[in-house]
Ligand binder design. Structure first.
Ligand code: ZN
Length: 577
């Protein structure tokens, strides 16, 4: 390690510890911390400053190979990049989030959704393979669009790009020339990182698309002539095991889409060519010897250019942690994790964003909708953040700042002026079940309970309907039996053999309900008074009430439940005893 490098390292560490101290004082959300750090870095680094000046914006970049259904884990990166871009715009920076489809990558393993007839395309770039579904230009576009068309719903503001098109437009031509002219240096980096025997340490780091058979994975570059700027290649049978070349030999310009870099080289080539200032990726890329550390090294040694945040010139940094939905139950039922698109069938956009925005990128997120606590806590925490944002719930300064910011960043669209009426998910689930899945009936019940105003319109109505629908989805698809019930229509009194005291107690409840309008807490106390008066064990009373209502010994909190069921219905059941 040179002396300079040592000093740089020390300086970086010092900056890092400064940052830690500062963030303690500022209580900023992580997206805002990243935004100000990226801003500072660009201002302090003349090369980055120049790059940003040339493009006119701070580029936050992400990329994905559209090889098939895209896993939910990638969605984490998209939301991270989206909120960092939003945080940068908030401090007056012209930030742009670009998501590129790596559609010039080769089709390298059979897509499980497709039959064997698709295997003939193995080795070809995705963008040159037909779409499996009509209406899309090619294979890559189809799978990419499946995700991207959900962006608006999810509030992700991204510009979509095609990496293949970028190659065609010549965006990477300059980097191609530098890398091919210096390919020995690139090979040395490979050897330094992976040992002298590594295959890539012997290859010219460029893959031409065979002019004869159209495959890209099967070609081997054999010579680069820096004077004529032509690259010689052979399309061979032994380059990869999963695709066979056609034996064609050719010579072609490497520019304007005639080929691409291997991934490890392509990543830093993109950073430099496009001026990327921030790009996260999954933590598996950031391992020792992983593609990120290779990119960081190449970026420095060949281009003397700093890699994007969270990497620095000499430190790889950390990628974001895993994001899974469904725990064991979901991943095993389909043999794979949940796709990004399926996620929108589990949670509404605001809750998906909240789930991803609340924890720092380096925290694992494993959300299981089949776990009743998991899903109800998520909704409750979201509601809590909303109440803090609207000053309904008190919080200390730090909590107020963080929770409000999380809410702001999670909310898709414009935040209303006043807090929408909140209906906790669990309560919404009770009401929608009493209403037998009918939202209008559920709204009526909530209005009778004075939980909603008589007049419910516009955004207010919309948010209530949204929560009722979420509750319906939860009950019908994910909730455990503990949270499900069916309200009795008729009961068989002789079969149930109610104790006369229980019967009497329930009749008293009817009487009390007829007397006045009750609040749930007050009614709850009244139940105990009734039991005391009749010398009835509370346990027996509650058990009897649940059996009467839903034929189970346990159920939702009784007072609120009885109020939601309503006097008429309750009286009708008690009369049948
Ligand atoms: Zn060929």
């Amino acid at each position: 390690m040179s002396k300079d490098k040592n000093q740089d390292l020390k300086q970086e560490k010092r900056k890092k510890s400064n940052k830690r101290d500062k963030s303690k004082v500022e209580h900023n959300h992580w997206a805002d911390q990243i935004a100000s750090e990226v801003k500072k870095r660009v201002e302090e680094d003349p090369k980055l400053k120049k790059a940003v000046k040339e493009t006119g914006y701070y580029l936050i970049y992400d990329e994905k190979t559209p090889s098939g259904i895209i896993h939910v884990g990638s969605g984490r990166g998209w939301v991270i990049h989206d909120v960092v871009a939003k945080a940068m715009r908030k401090i007056g920076i012209n930030a742009k989030f670009v998501l590129s489809s790596d559609d010039i990558d080769p089709y390298d393993k059979p897509n499980k959704e497709l039959d064997e007839s698709w295997n003939k395309y193995l080795g070809m770039p995705f963008r040159n393979i037909p779409s499996p579904v009509e209406g899309y230009e090619n294979f890559a576009e189809y799978y990419f669009m499946l995700c991207v068309e959900k962006f608006e719903e999810l509030g992700i503001e991204a510009e979509i790009e095609s990496t293949g098109e970028q190659y065609e437009k010549g965006v990477f031509n300059k980097a191609i020339k530098t890398i091919l002219d210096n390919h020995k240096k690139v090979q040395d980096v490979y050897k330094e990182m992976y040992g002298d025997d590594v295959e890539a340490g012997k290859k010219i780091p460029f893959n031409v698309i065979c002019e004869n058979c159209g495959k890209i994975a099967t070609t081997l570059s054999t010579d680069w002539d820096p004077k004529t700027e032509m690259i010689s290649y052979e399309c061979r049978k032994d380059v990869v095991e999963w695709a066979s070349g056609c034996d064609h030999k050719g010579k072609i310009s490497p520019y304007n889409g005639n080929g691409k870099f291997p991934w490890k080289v392509e990543w830093p080539a993109k950073w430099i060519s496009k001026g990327v200032v921030c790009e996260y990726a999954g933590k598996d890329h950031f391992t020792k010897g992983g593609s990120r550390s290779f990119g960081v090294k190449l970026c420095h040694e060949l281009f003397d250019f700093p890699p994007p945040y969270p990497s620095t010139r000499f430190m790889t940094g950390k990628g974001y942690e895993f994001f899974q939905i469904g725990g064991k139950k979901m991943s095993t039922s389909k043999g794979r994790g949940v796709s990004f698109v399926e996620m929108t069938k589990i949670l509404p956009a605001n809750l998906i964003r909240f789930l991803l925005i609340k924890p720092r990128p380096n925290a694992v997120i494993d959300f299981d909708p089949y776990d009743d606590n998991n899903i109800t806590f998520l909704y409750d925490r979201y509601d809590k953040a909303e109440r803090i944002y609207f000053d309904i719930d008190k919080a200390d300064e730090k909590e107020k700042k963080i929770q409000s910011r999380i809410y702001e960043l999670s909310y898709v669209g414009e935040i209303p002026n006043k807090i929408p009426t909140q209906i906790p998910l669990k309560f919404a689930a009770i009401v929608i079940q009493i209403a037998m899945n009918n939202e209008e009936k559920a709204i009526e019940i909530l209005q009778n309970m004075k939980h909603l105003p008589e007049k419910l319109e516009g955004a207010e109505r919309h948010s209530v309907l949204q929560r009722l629908n979420d509750a319906k989805r939860w009950i019908n698809k994910f909730a455990s039996d503990n949270n499900k019930f069916q309200l009795n229509e008729k009961i068989n009194a002789s079969e149930l053999k109610f104790d006369h005291k229980v019967k009497k107690a329930l009749q008293l409840v009817v009487k009390r309900l007829e007397e006045k309008t009750w609040q749930d807490k007050e009614l709850h106390d009244e139940f105990y008074k009734i039991c005391e008066k009749l010398e009835l064990e509370n346990k027996e009373f509650f058990k009897g009430a649940y059996i009467l209502l839903i034929g189970k010994e346990k159920g939702p909190l009784l007072a609120k439940f009885v109020l939601a069921v309503g006097l008429d219905k309750f009286r009708d059941l008690v009369k049948q005893l």
